[in-house]
Ligand binder design. Structure first.
Ligand SMILES: Nc1ncnc2c1ncn2[C@@H]1O[C@H](COP(=O)(O)OP(=O)(O)OP(=O)(O)O)[C@@H](O)[C@H]1O
Ligand SMILES: [Mg+2]
Length: 382
């Protein structure tokens, strides 16, 4: 009864998946959700419905929580600073969180920390875009600094003209983050947990496979050299320390011939860590709760030599229950996770995980299950 209460701002699938971890630990989980029908609001009894951009709603919610944490990063830092001043414990704190909210701020800070990044510049007009592209070579990548997800807000542009209409649609005075286009062999993610005490734990480096800007698959461990893996992990730990992150923290990276390069940061449990529910000794959701409560962290080693996670994206079929039955019957080793979300084409509505001895086998089985749920009836179309 005296165990602490963790308040999660946001009612998405990440908050939802913290619930079983909280039950196991015996801590109370509270959720601030926009709608009573949100993914986490369906399964967590202690829900407040409110908008996290409304300071009063946030303040009311925080009253019943020993620590405030997040399901997503889109919470105004000025609200969080006020709450902190009123004595609310916010983890990660606003000074760290801003680096996951604003990609331009993130690039500037990582450059200060001497973390390898693509060449970058903040640009605010067509001439600056042209200048940057001529300098680093075309094509370049342009990003809206704030509010992007699943590749929305990211464009590969071949020329300044190519960027013109987009820039115009953003309105006068808009600035963009321009990046050199990195030629990578694969995309990686490193998950770290860090507690207010400064204890840190790092998970094995994973490969993330993106299709049309959306994460499709995660493969653990990534098939990379020991040298690149160690370097990726130490970069992630260095950033967590440098930014004073508390909680679970994910660093997306590019693996290149010349070494690893950082793409972006997330300060919460992350899609690249869903595999840890069955695939690691401590899931990222339990680890996040431990970290924000300043408890000792759990073991991060894998439960099997190989783990694969496939996201279940919405397809044309709104009712996935038929495919769901098939998946269970076809392969009793597949772990299915559904988020209680309405199916819309391309929307992440669940994920599946397989663990085993063989990398190719676990990947094929996870893919098959995810494709089948989506409605690709032979389970092979990707
Ligand atoms: N500088 C770059 N060079 C090459 N490819 C890039 C670069 N930046 C981004 N990409 C590609 O675009 C994808 C999306 O970029 P980014 O992760 O910045 O956007 P996002 O919308 O915030 O993503 P998320 O879905 O992770 O929130 C990356 O996973 C990568 O495939
Ligand atoms: Mg990304």
């Amino acid at each position: 009864v005296d165990f602490p209460a963790v308040g999660v701002v946001g009612g998405g699938q990440l908050a939802r998946m913290m619930a079983p971890a909280a039950i196991g630990l015996g801590v109370r989980l509270r959720v601030l959700a926009r709608e009573a029908t949100d993914s986490a609001a369906q399964v967590v009894p202690d829900v407040e419905v409110g908008d996290e951009r409304d300071l009063d709603a946030l303040r009311r919610f925080a009253k019943g929580c020993d620590v405030l944490t997040f399901d997503h990063e889109h919470v105004p830092t000025e609200h969080l600073r006020l709450l902190q001043a009123e004595g609310v414990v916010v983890r990660p704190g606003p000074d760290a969180l801003v680096h996951a909210q604003d990609k331009s701020v993130m690039r500037a800070r990582l450059t200060q920390l001497a973390v390898p990044c693509p060449r970058w510049a903040v640009v605010s007009g067509i001439d600056e875009i042209r200048g940057f592209g001529d300098d680093v070579g075309w094509p370049i990548v342009l990003k809206t600094p704030r509010g992007g997800y699943d590749g929305k807000g990211v464009r590969l542009v071949e020329s300044a003209e190519d960027a013109a209409s987009w820039l115009e649609s953003l309105g006068p005075g808009a600035s963009l983050l321009a990046e050199e286009r990195v030629r990578f062999d694969r995309e990686l993610a490193v998950l770290v947990a860090r507690s207010p005490h400064g204890q840190a734990a790092v998970y094995p480096v994973v490969e993330t496979v993106q299709v049309d800007g959306i994460c499709r698959e995660v493969l653990a461990p990534a098939a990379i050299s020991e040298e690149h893996a160690v370097s990726a992990q130490s970069i992630a730990l260095r950033i967590a320390e440098g930014l004073g992150v508390t909680g679970v923290f994910a660093v997306e990276m590019f693996d290149t011939a010349g070494g690893v390069v950082v793409n972006e940061l997330a300060m919460r449990p992350h899609n690249s860590g869903h595999w840890t529910i069955e695939g690691a000794r401590t899931s990222q959701f339990e680890q996040h709760l431990r970290a924000v409560l300043d408890l000792p962290l759990g073991e991060t080693s894998m439960t099997a030599p190989h783990v694969a996670m496939s996201n279940v994206l919405g397809g044309e079929i709104a009712d996935m229950y038929d495919g769901y039955l098939h998946c269970m019957a076809h392969d009793p080793g597949v772990h299915l996770h559904m988020y209680g979300k309405v199916v819309r084409p391309g929307r992440k509505v669940g994920h599946v995980t397989t663990v085993g001895e063989d990398a190719g086998d676990v990947r094929a089985r996870a893919r098959h299950a995810a494709a089948f749920l989506r409605g690709d009836s032979d389970g092979t179309a990707e």
